[in-house]
Write a protein that binds this ligand. Structure first.
Ligand SMILES: Nc1ncnc2c1ncn2[C@@H]1O[C@H](COP(=O)(O)OP(=O)(O)OP(=O)(O)O)[C@@H](O)[C@H]1O
Ligand SMILES: [Mg+2]
Length: 251
């Protein structure tokens, strides 16, 4: 069971401090929440963890591995994956092909050789396609497998974004507002899927603005505001914390 440990991490852009002295832990087998107002530094933290950005200070470890300055491909190889707040799909490719792209983070044959069905890759592609279809079933989207991803309703595009991240069979998934724009029923369905991933042993970091959704799913919640950690604790502790109430209601 591998824990992500973020220790006194900071990130400055020029003179601006986007993330300041943040420490947090994301254990396996649980959903950990990360909330905070717009511009709090949540996405920046994911970019730091995944090697898209480099920390200005502090350290990032995943179990025994030091990922502090690891490039994105090494973070992926360590079993950490993420979704993007701004959905990144190949709009003209099918749903199942978009999900399959996620597999190649851990496969040896090149993505495009495989997707183009070059001979060496054909056997592998058939297996991955079957695995992608299993994921689609889990997300209730098997009937949309051959649809163009760009033509899907927004909530369905978000599901594809999440499935693509899951396709690499990660040990830890970082979800950047995965239910943004969904109604309560759609969000609740995805919440049950996230809970199932955690039950199966995956670590889950959930960034989300819907406080009710986060508190219903998480064991532990961290709260950022203007790059600083203003609170952390159980859902009950966090929602009754005066600093959190002030950050959200602007008192
Ligand atoms: N590449 C960058 N260059 C300069 N400033 C940046 C960069 N990325 C983020 N910032 C700044 O860092 C701060 C934190 O932004 P971030 O996107 O991490 O917030 P967030 O908590 O994800 O907000 P939201 O809820 O709106 O997604 C903001 O002030 C933002 O403008
Ligand atoms: Mg963000």
């Amino acid at each position: 069971m591998t824990t992500l440990a973020i220790d006194h991490v900071s990130k400055n852009f020029g003179g601006v401090s986007a993330v300041s002295d943040i420490s947090m832990q994301v254990p396996a087998g649980r959903i950990t929440g990360l909330i905070g107002p717009n511009g709090a530094g949540k996405t920046t933290l994911i970019n730091l963890i995944t090697g898209i950005l480099t920390v200005s200070g502090g350290s990032i470890r995943f179990g025994t591995q030091d990922l502090t300055r690891a490039p994105a491909h090494m973070v992926a190889r360590a079993g950490i994956t993420r979704t993007f707040q701004n959905i990144r799909l190949l709009a003209e490719a099918s749903v199942v092909d978009n999900v399959m792209i996620g597999f190649y983070r851990r496969e040896t044959t090149s993505t495009f050789a495989s997707l183009l069905g070059l001979p060496a890759a054909r056997g592998e592609t058939g297996t991955l396609r079957a695995r992608a279809l299993t994921l689609l079933e889990r997300f209730g989207m098997a009937h949309l497998a051959e649809h163009e991803a760009g033509g899907l309703a927004y909530g369905h595009q978000r599901r594809v974004e999440t499935m693509r991240a899951l396709a690499s069979d990660p040990a830890l998934i970082l979800l950047d507002e995965p239910v943004a724009g969904m109604n309560d029923i759609e969000a609740g369905e995805l919440g049950q899927i996230f809970a199932g991933l955690a039950r199966d042993g995956m670590g889950v970091l959930l960034i989300e603005h819907n406080v009710r959704f986060v508190t219903s799913l998480c064991h532990h919640i961290y709260v950022l505001d203007s790059g600083r950690m203003i609170a952390s604790g159980t859902p009950a502790e966090v929602v009754s914390n005066p600093a959190v109430i002030a950050a959200y209601l602007g008192t």
